[in-house]
Write a protein that binds this ligand. Structure first.
Ligand SMILES: NC(=O)c1ccc[n+]([C@@H]2O[C@H](COP(=O)([O-])OP(=O)(O)OC[C@H]3O[C@@H](n4cnc5c(N)ncnc54)[C@H](OP(=O)(O)O)[C@@H]3O)[C@@H](O)[C@H]2O)c1
Length: 410
């Protein structure tokens, strides 16, 4: 078996923690002996043990540390130590020499005293002598695990399957390196790339199964304190609810609306669902003034003033900064429309794109395109994206894409 096989498997199991580990990263770890995986673990949720500890706990529970525990091995990590005490009499059928095991972990083991002692200490205490690391920890508080292990006689190989591990960590890297929410832009379109007819709104382009996927994504937003974002036209034309419906949920995501125009308030109502019926909507606008802020505050709506760009549009980088700093928002799920989606691409803020392509064709030149707002003359100016995955969901085709930075149009 190749080293990359074990690391890719660690990536695969780490993915199970997606949206549960926030603000921590998704991490996976596997312990390999004689070319076979003998234990594995992943970070299951924020506040739960790290992947390395889950993996070592599994090894303890299977009796791989029987002799060491009998001889008095004591782990400084309380979860691991508790597992050792509870399973001290469990002995594995095959004797495993820890010094001949290799641990594969997608992210550098942490080296700081947070809620628990560092994972680097637990690995060294376990007697493991070889560690493969996917990528180094960008968080300066937690980094240093590799150096600690080396100082304690462990051979550390870094950068194994680094691209796959960085992909796994894409959200965490954005939080750490760019200090902004990670943004997924979703658009439903026809086979000819239209998001709706020239007149009227775009409802029901995608099928029922696609809409379920959207509901699940909205629930992930709700559970992680994330937000669903829309542009001004989508807000005024479609008057969407942006709620989780048809599946169980304990909470609703925040709704972020990016608009320079504010709706009128009459008798304490605006006629727009997101403002009248929801209490966790934030209007990002260029309209300043205490009067407006107070009027919307009275409706239970937050109003954030942001600067305008040279072309008069709102400064989306500032929107993201406020979302991250003030609202502690880790994810933004943008549900259109075309101008906002393209502006996010242009600003380098659209980390992932998900296109739902419905098997229908409008064939109308005046129908709305999935992305709009640019005048380009050559293919060199096109935004370049990389397809990560495609899947058929009901009748629709879902295309998951990643943007390649920097954008050529800038
Ligand atoms: N099929 C789908 O998946 C889907 C999803 C959503 C919407 N839609 C459809 O798309 C249509 C609306 O799309 P659209 O492209 O016309 O409008 P949009 O993207 O919803 O909104 C664009 C507007 O947002 C405001 N805005 C503020 N700052 C901006 C910035 N930095 N960049 C871009 N926009 C900014 C501007 O209006 P202000 O002047 O008010 O600031 C701008 O004109 C609707 O017909 C809707 O039904 C389809």
């Amino acid at each position: 078996m190749q080293h990359s096989f074990f690391m890719n498997y660690a990536v695969e199991i780490a993915e199970k923690g997606r949206f549960k580990t926030v603000p921590n990263p998704c991490v996976g770890a596997v312990l390999v002996y004689k070319n076979k995986i003998i234990a594995e673990g992943f970070h299951t949720a924020y506040g739960k043990p790290h992947a390395e500890i889950e993996c070592l706990c599994s090894a303890v529970e299977q009796g791989f540390f029987y002799e060491q525990i009998q001889k008095g091995l004591h782990f400084s990590n309380p979860v691991l130590q508790q597992a050792a005490e509870q399973h001290k009499d469990v002995r594995s059928a095959e004797k495993v020499h820890m010094e001949h095991c290799a641990l594969y972990v997608t992210l550098e083991p942490c080296n700081h005293f947070g809620k628990t002692p560092p994972c680097s200490h637990a690995i060294a205490e376990a007697g493991i002598k070889t560690v493969y690391v996917g990528c180094l920890d960008p968080n300066p508080k937690a980094a240093g695990g590799c150096a600690y292990l080396k100082q304690h006689g462990v051979t550390v190989h870094t950068g194994l399957c680094e691209n796959e591990c960085r992909e796994l960590l894409a959200d965490f890297l954005v939080w750490q390196e760019e200090k902004r929410p990670y943004c997924i832009v979703k658009m439903a379109c026809t086979l000819d790339g239209k998001i709706g007819p020239a007149k009227g709104h775009s409802h029901k382009i995608s099928g029922r199964e696609s809409q379920k996927v959207t509901m699940l994504m909205r629930r992930h937003m709700a559970e992680t304190n994330g937000a669903v974002m829309i542009g001004s036209h989508t807000f005024f034309e479609d008057n969407p609810m942006l709620t989780v419906r048809g599946i169980e949920t304990e909470t609703q995501p925040k709704a972020f609306i990016v608009t320079r125009k504010l709706p009128e308030i009459q008798n304490g109502r605006t006629g727009y669902y997101c403002l009248d019926e929801r209490k966790n909507t934030v209007l990002f606008t260029s309209v300043h003034g205490e009067k407006d802020t107070d009027a919307f505050k009275n409706l239970g709506i937050s109003l954030e003033s942001v600067d305008k760009n040279i072309d008069g549009t709102l400064n989306l980088k500032q929107v993201f900064e406020i979302a991250f700093q003030k609202y502690n928002c880790p994810y933004i799920y943008c549900e259109g429309g075309a101008k906002l989606a393209q502006a996010l691409l242009k600003e380098g803020l659209a980390d992932r794109l998900v296109l739902y392509m419905a098997p229908c064709i409008l064939g109308d030149d005046s129908a709305k395109n999935a992305f709009s707002g640019n005048t380009v003359l050559t293919m060199q100016e096109a935004y370049r994206l990389k397809v990560l995955k495609t899947e058929q969901v009901g009748e629709d085709l879902h295309i998951y894409l990643k943007t390649e930075k920097p954008c050529l149009q800038d």
